[in-house]
Design a binder for this molecule. Structure first.
Ligand SMILES: Cc1cc2nc3c(=O)[nH]c(=O)nc-3n(C[C@H](O)[C@H](O)[C@H](O)COP(=O)(O)OP(=O)(O)OC[C@H]3O[C@@H](n4cnc5c(N)ncnc54)[C@H](O)[C@@H]3O)c2cc1C
Length: 468
């Protein structure tokens, strides 16, 4: 078996044999498929990553099998990329250096449900976790809009906020991640347990500093969530209503998304259910708070189009409301037109409507805004995930600069390098733990430029950089 990546001279057939009894995927077409994620959202990343493949896929069923994979990878000095559902947007799960892809989806057990928490294996799909929780009258405190196909391990290693974050904050906020167990890549892989604030040593590190095997997450009591949608003549009133709904105690939504009318035209499954040609507000609101929701919509001159419990929504053949928020909004447009792309923008605080209006008048017709509200440190903040009609890297730079000129932060979605995207800077705590758990630097190392600069240092020396 020759190297599919073209970057390795290992005997992969022999390596696959040594992995037994772990299930492996050796079919080149399937390996190539498992080498991709949703990087194609970005035309820049698409060019960079479309020809990057792994050499073999292993699918361990439990922590012991995972250890076996890691032990052999360490021994043969094989690059390793962890993969859950492969829904990351920046090529996080693409094996840039070739090597072994370890897919976690067979490690998918819900291990324990208690009052206010759930303990699961890292490869569990979030839809299955929520299904298991329902019997106990609880739900996940938040989940991404890829709920049906993404794993909890991938969300913890690669994600940040989701549906629920307007009520319970970002994933990284105290109490949301209770405990993580992670394996090292060594001759004898060791389990490390991170609790409380220590979970941040592993969270959002793109799987480059440990292999997460088990996660204990915060759960909240289930509520009777209604999918609510309202339409407005102006973006300004739509945003203002969304902001008021997000911030008032009377409504208690777990999600509020504001979508430009031009984007809403790409939502064919809402045709006949919401007024066309209008800006759209999409929320999840507890059933008992629908009236205050309607009142706020009316105060801002909007029209409530629907407020449906889950059964009614299904009967009306309307998709989940979360398919019209976060990065699903971008997906709906991309389904029709691959010239679209997006960006990730932090709105300056306070996230008031005047700043949004100033920005919208300066930004140009090729940028269609879409805002999400969520909580950080208890405060409601906003992010913009605009649709951008891509005409080249220079124009993208110009758009970024316009946002920055208006005080907005750009978290570049068009890089596969950890430090140049959402983090903005090197996270030396992550890298110190990489040195401890991955001394040979086998785990997804090509995603971190900063790692190249510090890999020769001890973990303590790397950690010291974090406090400077
Ligand atoms: C349509 C769409 C909507 C999205 N909406 C959201 C959203 O609402 N909120 C949000 O935060 N993100 C969102 N994302 C991004 C992404 O879906 C989420 O981050 C998702 O939870 C990733 O899970 P996954 O199982 O697909 O992870 P993968 O893409 O497989 O992996 C993500 C990263 O985690 C690493 N990893 C996976 N498993 C492990 C493990 N066990 N141990 C260590 N590292 C591991 C991988 O190596 C990779 O670096 C969206 C993406 C798309 C395409």
């Amino acid at each position: 078996m020759t190297s599919i990546s073209g970057k390795s001279d290992l005997d992969w057939a022999r390596f696959a044999e040594r992995l037994a009894p772990v299930e492996v995927i050796t079919e080149p077409v399937l390996i190539k498929k498992r080498s991709r994620d949703f990087f194609w959202y970005s035309p820049i990343l698409n060019e960079e990553l479309k020809k990057c493949f792994g050499d073999l896929v292993a699918v361990p069923r439990n922590a012991e099998e995972m250890k076996h994979c890691l032990r052999l990878a360490y021994d043969a000095e094989v690059p390793v990329v962890l993969r859950g559902g492969g829904t990351g947007n920046y090529g996080q799960a693409v094996p840039l250096s070739g090597g072994l892809i370890i897919e976690t989806t067979a490690m998918n057990k819900v291990l324990e449900i208690g009052d206010g928490f759930v303990r699961v294996e890292a490869g569990a799909l979030m839809v299955d976790i929520n299904r298991a929780l329902a019997e106990s009258g609880q739900e996940m405190a938040m989940f991404p809009s890829t709920h049906e196909i993404a794993t909890i391990g991938g969300f913890v290693a690669g994600g940040s906020v989701g549906i629920g974050s307007l009520a319970t904050g970002a994933l990284r906020e105290p109490g949301n991640l209770i405990e993580l167990k992670a394996l090292s890549v060594e001759a004898d892989p060791q389990e490390h347990v991170f609790r409380g604030d220590d979970v941040l040593k592993i969270h959002h590190a793109w799987g480059l500093n440990g292999v997460i095997t088990e996660i204990t997450l915060r759960t909240v009591p289930s509520r009777n969530w209604f999918a609510c949608m309202a339409t407005f003549d102006s973006y300004k009133s739509c945003y203002a209503a969304g902001y008021q709904i997000a911030t008032t105690d009377a409504v208690e939504p777990k999600m509020a998304s504001v979508v430009d009318r031009r984007i809403a035209e790409y939502f064919p499954r809402l045709k006949g259910h919401v007024r066309e040609g209008h800006h759209l507000l999409v929320c999840y609101v507890p059933g008992e708070n629908i009236d205050p929701f309607r009142d706020i919509v009316a105060t801002h001159g909007g029209q409530t189009e629907l407020a449906l419990g889950d059964e009614e929504r299904e009967a009306a053949k309307i998709p989940h409301a979360f398919e019209f928020c976060f990065n699903h909004t971008t997906l709906q447009v991309l389904k029709s037109d691959r010239k679209a792309t997006y960006q990730q923008i932090g709105v300056p605080e306070p996230a008031d409507v005047d700043a949004i209006e100033r920005l919208r008048s300066a930004i140009g017709e090729d940028v269609w805004t879409h805002h999400e509200f969520f909580r950080l440190g208890g405060q409601v903040v906003a992010a913009d995930l605009p649709i951008i009609w891509y005409s080249g890297p220079e124009r993208l730079e110009e758009i970024n600069a316009t946002y920055e000129m208006h005080g907005f932060a750009v978290y570049n979605a068009h890089t596969s390098e950890l430090e140049r995207g959402g983090l903005h800077n090197a996270d030396y705590t992550h890298l110190a733990w990489k040195k401890r758990l991955d001394p040979k630097g086998l785990l997804n190392s090509a995603k971190s430029a900063a790692w190249q600069d510090v890999k020769h240092l001890s973990a303590t020396e790397i950690e010291a950089k974090a406090v400077k």
